[in-house]
Design a protein. Sequence first.
Lengths: 326, 288
Amino acid sequence: MSGRGSGRGGGRGGGRGGGRGSWTSFPVWAWLLFFVFIPLGLVAWYSFGDKPGLFSPVSNEHLSLGRYGEALTGTFLHTFWNTLEIAGVGTALCLLIGVPFAYWMAVRTSPKVRGLLVALVLVPYWTSFLVRTIGWQIVLAPNGFLSHVLQQLQLIDGPLSVLYTRGAVQLGVVYNYLPLMILPLYVAFERTDPAQREAARDLGAGRWRTFFSVTLPDALPGLAAGCLLVFIPLMGDYITPSVLGGARGNMVGQMVAQQFESAQNWALGAAMAFVLMGFIIATVVVVGLVFLAVRGLVRYRRRIDLDAVEPDVSALDGAGPEGVAA
Amino acid sequence: MSAAGVVGTAVRRRRDPVGVAFWLLGLAVFAFLFAPIVVIVIYSFNDGRLLGSWHGFGFDAYRNAVHNATIRDAVRISLLSGVLAAVLATALGTVGGVVLARVRSRWALGLTALLAITLVTPEIIDAISILPWFVTLGTDGHVPLLNNGLVRLVVVHTSVALATVTFMVRARMAGMDAAIEEAAADLYATPWNRFRQVTLPMAKPSILAGALMAFTLSLDNTVVSSFVALPGSTSWPVYLFGTLRTGPRPEVAAVSTLMLLLTLGALALVAVVLRRGGERDLASALAG
């Protein structure tokens, strides 16, 4: 379990300690392997097969990479780019709203209110994802109240025509994943040192300069975490496009599901799923590397701070937006 | 909302235009975050036949929901699978979290990696992978248990919540001094007693918070559930998702409102438990 290596175990326990403790986690291993990774392996196996006939979803008699080729040429690729655009724009919008909002929560409000504000952000996050999305369906409906109000105000000519378009999906994903951007950013901003900001102000830096060269670099881990927490589930989202997108707001998650449900082509669906999965894991790795690079750059620039203050601070101004791009 | 009062005093106190702009932004974002929830609650009092078109104010939706046997069954299945999945995920997650916080080995690193992969796997991929496996085991593998819809729901909900619970317990135990457990070992406590009397009380806030998190994750799970669900074991979100094809009726908003209150109660409970456990920062405790 824990703490072997010391006291009673003495020198003898050191070697066995790790092995014995790990043994305790056997049930977790067993669960994960049996109910998550063997099924994933099975689908990976399917992805090398094909669909032999009308009534059979998959056959692995002839192994090939053909399904991957099929996935990477057809409509899947088109939908994949669509999804990537929605996810990229969605992450950027969440960042645009989340950074000033989390900064306000963590820095500009009094500590007494903060707990309440965090709870208020958590409430929508804890409310059913599906129910919230249906809420937007009601709001955006052509015969809904928003449509009536906008028509009364003569802001639009006909009924509101947003629902079942890509715009509705875009709005829905920004809404659904915004708390996942706010929370890590809030934690990161809250941990920054107010004394450093004051020092920057005392040294003559304005609001923007203080933010971009002192506060934001300190919050980089939160920024990277927020972007990943939004981008990753967004790429595989199934509910938002199903509820708000209709036929015109298609995303890859739905295509994968279609292959397993209506089309009954498990081999192709499996290949699509693994293209998506590979892309997501690659994204995690790339964002991790970019984060390390940006952090290294910031640290490198700061190191010279001691020798030459002026050129350096302006260089840091440049490093800020780079972090945003990550 | 009590935030409105806070805003008033703050604006009066500071005339700084940037401060005012921040408060306006804050209010706008909160309005955005709560908009669809408020809409659902309001439309649960819609007396019309279809959810989306407002007819008049009334409590018909609640009355109809209570008298609808299908809805009652769906809610019952959801609550049952939620409790069972929470128990399972918490038991496994506690063991996993304690091990990950205390043991540094290649196995622990491997377990962390596997859990991290389950966290980044899109739900739709979980769904399409577990269904063929259930079918294989249930029909060809002769494990009739997996032909039971409720068992299937509990299994997939446990898998979905396992990583979250594990990482919450690990975060808590990482902040606790391992020397306390070592002292218990030095005083000849058996491993089991040490776990029960020393480790568990230390991990308790995260275990309770993790259990409630697992319960709400289960209550909300739609995608995987709709893939593995069998006739007769439709959970509430699966039923709700299904009604979207035919056009949902106000009853679903009524039940959603009740479920929302249930979830809020759970969240309040977590907050109280965390505060009592000396955890001040709710966000970092829940975000892991």
